[in-house]
Design a protein around this ligand. Structure first.
Ligand SMILES: [Zn+2]
Length: 118
């Protein structure tokens, strides 16, 4: 996997001195990553860097890999359902109407009895 050695490059002498020593134009190469949205991303890596298998597409956030023919599928997203949507899955419209009628009758009875004033 990527990383695994997060402090790679940290060593005594790293920092401004080390950079000057190595120069700013350390040899790099670009790797093309492709996402399911058809975007190509070409981050640059140092030649001796470990190339990650996947890269998050900066344009759409989907995972991408180096196989242009076979980008990783977008992760399955569980659609957000409202409370009402769940209720509708469990109850038919007829049941809903019956429940509503029942509720209205109960409300009217309570209102008639003076228990509630709305
Ligand atoms: Zn993308």
């Amino acid at each position: 996997m990527a990383g695994g050695n997060a402090i790679r490059g940290s060593r005594v002498g790293a920092g401004p001195m080390g950079e000057a020593e190595r120069g700013d134009s350390a040899p790099r190469h670009r790797v093309s990553y492709f996402c399911a949205g058809g975007h190509e991303t070409r981050p640059a890596f140092a030649l001796d860097a470990q190339i990650p298998e996947s890269w998050d597409c900066p344009r759409c956030g989907l995972p991408s890999n180096t196989d242009s023919e076979n980008p990783p599928p977008p992760p399955k997203i569980v659609p957000y359902k409202t409370h009402l949507a769940y209720v509708k899955e469990r109850r038919s419209d007829a049941e809903a109407a019956a429940i509503l009628d029942e509720a209205i009758l109960a409300l009217r009875a309570r209102r008639a009895a003076g228990e509630i004033i709305y």
